[in-house]
Design a protein around this ligand. Structure first.
Ligand code: PXG
Length: 438
């Protein structure tokens, strides 16, 4: 790959990356197709992570590529405020059609982080629009990831994403995370931990329900290492929120679009939230786009006052961008045409068996899975957390498999087009790498 200037790697300050390590030994992808990336050296690397949990239909899918090309040549951009274009409406209709009952409106953003900020703001403004302006408190969860903007890191529960950034939102509480040692080696949803939802009652009792706007959780926490909801936990959260008039937001940036073998986690767990945040798989990761789905009750609370007045003072230059909308429509069509969510559900038992066959492999202290998602947790090197898993990541990459690590947890989330032979390759490579690792 041609990079001419001596500081060619220096200028780009890379996100969530060990910049100095990377720039000493860069890992560059130059092409992708189906289940594979091609490196700058011409090697094929099997994508075990769907990019960053986003390329659910795999790479370079013709329908999506063509839709983007066609749209760019037809209507490249249209103002997002006070003007419209048909594709954004078409996509919103398709999204609410495939979403759980009750989701009736879609508000567009450009990322998961923006979807989270949007949902939090809508929650607070919704209560205010209904004359309950004292409801401003937001409740997140330990080990939750809701993107990197100020609202998201405030309700999020990851210390490194919070500690460097000064004062965060005030009026935020956190539920305890649900990752319990007694659930180790669980296949699918763990048995223990539904009682942790009762902590919400404690927080509400402390502050008064009339001060609480919303609870936001990932139905399954992805970024902090695939933490599954204990049986009965999400149901209990729903029940307590309903009892106290608190909105329940499911952050489905990762769990949306087939990852668990259903369209959304809300459908998978049969628990109805008031809002759903989306991004990633919405456009197969190809063009930035996110969305917040909301009920009619929420939307309609804003539809008052003179009709010429803007109802919600919020939005982005690129909300519902035409090319992103075209990519979204083509992505949904690809999922539907190829039955990819059903495929994920069908492959899930094979995936589960394969992953759990790593039990007994060196360094492995826990394995968890659901749908086409999995985690292999490693014993950290004493005094050097994250080092062992990062080395596993580097070694797997050298052996032609892309994995993700978070702390000492290996997280796997392949494109839903994966074949059984690819699953075997991922697991065999991991076994080989872990066995050889110090
Ligand atoms: N919510 C959730 C649940 C997420 O997983 C975001 C919000 C933010 O999305 P944006 O589009 O602003 O990045 C995310 C993003 C990883 C990893 O490897 C996870 C995410 C992003 C990048 C890497 O765990 N999640």
């Amino acid at each position: 790959m041609a990079l001419d200037r001596p500081n060619d790697l220096n200028a780009f300050w890379m996100p969530f990356t060990a910049n100095r390590q990377f720039k000493k030994a860069p890992r560059m992808f130059v092409a992708a197709e189906g289940m594979h990336y091609t490196t700058a050296e011409g090697r094929q690397v099997l994508d075990g992570t769907a990019g960053l949990w986003c390329c659910n239909a795999g790479h370079k899918r013709p329908r999506i590529t063509e839709a983007i090309q066609k749209q760019a040549a037809e209507l490249d951009y249209a103002p997002a405020f006070q003007m419209g274009h048909p594709l954004a409406f078409d996509l919103a209709n398709k999204l609410v059609d495939m979403a759980p009952d009750g989701m009736a409106h879609a508000f567009y953003t450009n990322s998961g982080s923006e979807s989270v900020e949007t949902a939090l703001k809508i929650a607070i403004a919704y209560h205010r629009a209904r004359g309950e302006g004292s409801r401003t408190r937001l409740i997140g969860r330990e080990r939750g990831y809701h993107g990197v903007n100020f609202g998201g890191i405030s309700v999020g529960g990851i210390v490194n994403n919070r500690r460097m950034f000064g004062s965060l939102l005030t009026g935020v509480d956190h539920l305890p995370h649900t990752h319990l040692p007694e659930n180790a080696w669980t296949r699918g949803q763990p048995e223990h931990g539904a009682h942790l939802a009762d902590e919400l009652e404690r927080i509400v009792a402390l502050h008064g329900a009339e001060t609480v706007a919303a609870v936001i959780v990932e139905p399954m926490a992805g970024s902090t290492g695939v933490l599954l909801p204990p049986k009965g936990y999400l149901e209990k959260l729903r029940e307590i929120c309903t009892k106290h008039g608190i909105l329940l937001i499911f952050d489905e940036v990762i769990t949306g679009f087939g990852r668990l073998g259903s369209s959304f986690a809300a459908e998978h767990f049969d628990v109805q939230p008031d809002m759903i945040t989306l991004a990633k798989g919405l456009t197969n990761g190809v063009i930035p786009m996110g969305a917040v789905l909301a009920t009619s009750d929420i939307h309609d609370a804003f539809m008052q006052g003179p009709e010429h007045v803007i109802e919600l003072f919020h939005g982005y230059t690129y909300s519902g961008n035409p090319i992103a909308s075209a990519a979204g429509l083509a992505t949904l069509e690809t999922y539907r045409e190829e039955g990819l969510f059903e495929r994920a559900a069908e492959l899930a038992p094979y995936w589960e068996e394969a992953l759990h066959s790593l039990k007994g492999t060196r360094h492995v202290i826990d394995i968890r899975n659901m749908g086409l998602i999995g985690a292999v947790e490693l014993e950290p090197i004493a005094g050097q957390p994250t080092k062992r898993a990062f080395q596993a990541f580097l070694d797997c990459y050298e052996k032609g498999v892309l994995i993700r690590t978070t702390g000492d947890i290996i997280a796997l989330s392949p494109p839903l087009i994966i074949e059984k032979a690819h699953i075997d390759q991922i697991v065999d490579t991991l076994r080989e790498v872990l066995d050889a690792l110090e």
